[in-house]
Design a protein around this ligand. Structure first.
Ligand code: FAD
Ligand code: DHB
Length: 385
């Protein structure tokens, strides 16, 4: 089989790249180890920053997002006894949208622009520094296949093979806590997301729609979700989110999904070696606080699609040459922001740190400069920053 770009991984990075390349007149084939249904149903990110929304719209993927997504002007930041609204639109002129990664994934599949092979195995990259690299794999029927290409895009997350094809320096920070995340069939108890600092640990009230809520609790690493029966989850969420404070109430409901997510920061540089280009989680992981993972994958792909179209349609290698440096500027900005949000809001056992966190939260909530710094990063810097 032959194509112009072999894309490994059919997550949001891989499918969006296939879509953007298709619109730019470049052929691509996507290889994915999981089934299409599994990938589409995976509960992950939920917040799109403005530049992601603009990119999806300009790629013809904005209709359902505008109809069914929910635009939020900002977030609430809180600690015991105080809740403050940060209005991103007033502060930066930019907003964010609540629209699940599952929905982005469905829109990409519905666009029908990606030629994809699901349930493949034994994916291997070959001759990555040559002009004609290729990928070998075994298809869903068990037949060994070879895919010849002019470039390979590694969009296969942190467990895929692509990142090992790039000799790189790695940077990592592992955090001493995890998130217990739940999805619940209950209307959100808030109009906008609540990020809460509490002596018991961080809590976040997010949402997916008018009838589905998504909430998270900071828990110790190694936590078994079985130790958190539903009643315990709601009780702890009520405590940390301030049920009863100024008349605010958290309404519990049936929990439909419960999982524990470890948290780490990871960056691999460079993001390109010869004709292999990494995008999304294949090159970097951020802790979820601040909702940057999906947005960063979208931003990488915006740059990579332009670089590959210039290379393969116009024969211009300049953007491909600068792809890694261009992408890493934003990656490090988001890596810093996610680390900063994480360390400001998660509670450890050092009382000195706790006082610094509270002081920082008070400053962010009361100073326009502090609030604008958070808002600029959260609502998202322009693509190409
Ligand atoms: P992925 O979505 O991971 O896609 C990579 C794809 O490659 C997968 O489909 C995988 O099956 C496939 N693959 C792997 N190995 C191979 C192989 N050998 N061959 C072919 N294909 C392969 N971000 C947020 O902003 N907010 C959140 O709340 C949030 N929650 C998350 C919860 C979880 C459990 C996880 C894992 C991530 C979460 N993230 C969150 C991060 C966000 O979902 C990711 O940043 C985003 O999915 C990145 O997209 P991607 O396409 O780069 O990677
Ligand atoms: C969600 C996840 C986040 O990490 C975040 O900062 C905001 C929202 C979510 O899953 O809805």
């Amino acid at each position: 089989m032959r194509t112009q770009v072999a894309i490994i991984g059919a997550g949001p990075a891989g499918l969006l790249l296939a879509h953007l390349l298709h619109r730019g007149g470049v052929d691509a084939v996507v290889l994915e180890t999981r089934s299409q249904e599994y990938v589409a149903a995976r509960i992950r990110a939920g917040i799109l920053e403005s530049s992601s929304v603009e990119l999806l719209e300009s790629a013809g993927l904005g209709d359902r997002l505008r109809r069914e997504g929910h635009e939020h002007r900002g977030i609430y930041l809180q600690w015991p006894g105080e809740r403050h609204h940060l209005d991103f639109v007033d502060l930066t002129g930019r907003s964010v949208w609540v629209y699940g990664q599952t929905e982005v994934q469905k829109d990409l599949v519905a666009a029908g622009t990606a030629v994809a092979f699901y349930e493949v195995s034994e994916v291997e990259l070959h001759d990555v520094t040559a002009d004609r690299p290729y990928v070998t794999f075994v298809d869903a029927e068990g037949v060994a296949q070879r895919l010849d290409a002019e470039a390979i895009a590694g969009c296969d997350g942190s467990f895929g093979p692509s990142r090992h094809a790039v000799p790189a320096q790695t940077f990592e920070r592992v955090y001493p806590y995890s998130w217990l995340g739940i999805l619940a069939d209950v209307a959100p108890s808030t109009d906008e997301l609540i990020y809460a600092w509490h002596p018991h640990g961080f809590a976040l009230h997010s949402m997916r729609s008018e009838t589905v809520s998504r909430l998270y609790l900071q828990v110790p690493n190694g936590t078994d979700p079985a130790d958190w029966p539903d009643d315990r989850v709601w009780e702890e969420l009520a405590t940390r989110l301030g049920h009863g404070q100024d008349g605010w109430k958290l309404t519990p409901g049936p929990i439909t999904d419960k999982s524990v997510l470890p948290m780490r920061s990871y960056v691999q540089t460079p993001m390109r070696h010869g004709r292999v280009f990494l995008a999304g989680d294949a090159a970097h992981i951020v802790p979820p606080t601040g909702a940057k993972g999906l947005n960063l994958a979208i931003a990488d792909v915006a740059l990579l699609s332009r670089a590959l179209i210039a290379l393969l349609v116009d024969g211009d290698a300049a953007l491909a040459g600068s792809y890694s440096d261009d992408a890493l500027r934003r990656v490090w900005r988001c890596t810093h922001f996610s680390w900063w949000m994480t360390t400001m809001l998660h509670v450890g056992d050092d009382p000195f740190d706790a006082q610094l966190q509270l002081s920082q939260l008070r400053w962010v909530a009361s100073s326009e400069a502090g609030a604008r710094g958070l808002a600029e990063n959260y609502a998202g810097l322009p693509i190409g920053f």
